[in-house]
Design a protein around this ligand. Structure first.
Ligand code: PHE
Length: 340
């Protein structure tokens, strides 16, 4: 075949190549070891001097042109291959989509909402107070005067300047005072909120945690009412029969005061490692509101009486979910949080 005809045919082939594999075959067909142009160049030696010169120059020129053509076509095919793969990524509706990460409530929030729901069903309102408190609300109004040793029970984070006597509240009891100052009995409230202690952390202590304060005041609210309300609460919270027991205790703002235990939710009271073989779990502090507290809020203690209690929400969550270290709640460890 005439060398110019070969060139034309090669150009047509290159033009119609649909992918890199086809293009590679075209390269081999014309410029490979046994390619048509290569064959012509090899056969030059059999030609006369004149023909050798003419054909040689022409064949070399065509070789160069075809090489350039193929190179250009290669770029075109490569970029369209790339585009096609991109479009496939975007438009192929059969490709499974990436799983979206959906957030969820923190275990403490789950417990807090459950607790609120139960108490609201029993007629309690949910109230809040500030996390930065004054010495008066956190201590004095709760019958814990300055220099009284009872203050040592609440390791306090004081805020600067000290002259202002501001602190991070050590318990939710000041919310009782704030509410009673502004409202008249009869009343039923709970205050689930964050509190702070200046404490070394360990598996059951942290510098911050959540408490649930409860307060019920009326003309004849008694300790028996407390037992009924709190037992009902625990049964609804754990969804099972719960036994409780009271032990005498001391809080400056209640008289009499008691600690309350529930039978171990892990072993049903038989004795296990969770309850240290006692069958009971220490759960909350409570008592009948002290007359001095009523006075501080402007209530007449002769007319009103009622109970107050405080329980750790973290502790409730730990019992419900069988968690053995309070610090897990605040560590932001996804391996822990993703279990809820
Ligand atoms: N405020 C107490 C505490 O932090 C708990 C408590 C509240 C006890 C109400 C009695 C009545 O330990």
């Amino acid at each position: 075949m005439d060398i110019k005809a070969i060139k034309k045919e090669a150009e047509k082939d290159i033009d119609s190549a649909k992918n890199l594999k086809e293009l590679d075959d075209i390269f081999k067909k014309y410029l490979g070891k046994k390619g048509e142009i290569t064959r012509i160049l090899r056969s030059l030696k059999d030609l006369s001097e004149k023909q050798k010169k003419e054909t040689g120059m022409l064949a070399n020129k065509i070789k160069k042109e075809l090489e350039i053509n193929i190179k250009e076509k290669k770029y075109v095919l490569q970029s369209s291959d790339w585009l096609a793969s991109k479009f496939q990524d975007i438009f192929d509706i059969t490709v499974p989509s990436k799983k979206l990460l959906v957030g969820h409530l923190h275990p403490i929030t789950i417990v807090r909402r459950k607790v609120e729901e139960i108490f609201q069903q029993m007629g309690f309102s949910v109230v809040e107070g500030p996390e930065v408190e004054t010495e008066w609300y956190n201590f004095d109004a709760l019958n814990i005067p300055k220099d009284h040793p009872a203050r040592d029970a609440w390791d306090t984070l004081w805020l600067k300047p000290e002259s202002q006597k501001l602190l991070l509240r050590t318990h939710t009891s000041p919310v009782q005072i704030r509410y009673m100052e502004k409202n008249q009995p009869p009343l039923r409230i709970i205050a689930p909120d964050r509190v702070f202690r200046h404490e070394a952390t360990d598996a059951s202590h942290d510098v911050q945690f959540y408490q649930l304060e409860g307060l019920m005041i009326g003309k004849d609210i008694s300790a028996a009412n407390f037992v009924a309300v709190i037992q009902e609460f625990f049964q609804r919270f754990f969804n099972k029969e719960i036994k409780i027991r009271l032990r005498p205790s001391f809080f400056p703002f209640t008289e009499p005061s008691f600690e309350m235990d529930i039978n171990c939710v892990n072993c049903q009271g038989k004795g296990c490692s969770v309850c240290k073989q006692t069958g009971w779990l220490e759960t909350l502090g409570a008592g009948m509101v002290h007359p001095e507290v009523f006075k501080a809020c402007g209530y007449n203690p002769k007319f009103w009486q009622g109970f107050a209690f405080g329980v750790g929400l973290d502790r409730l969550a730990m019992m419900k979910y069988k968690i053995n270290d309070i610090r897990l709640f605040y560590s932001s460890d996804l391996r822990f949080l993703e279990q809820f």
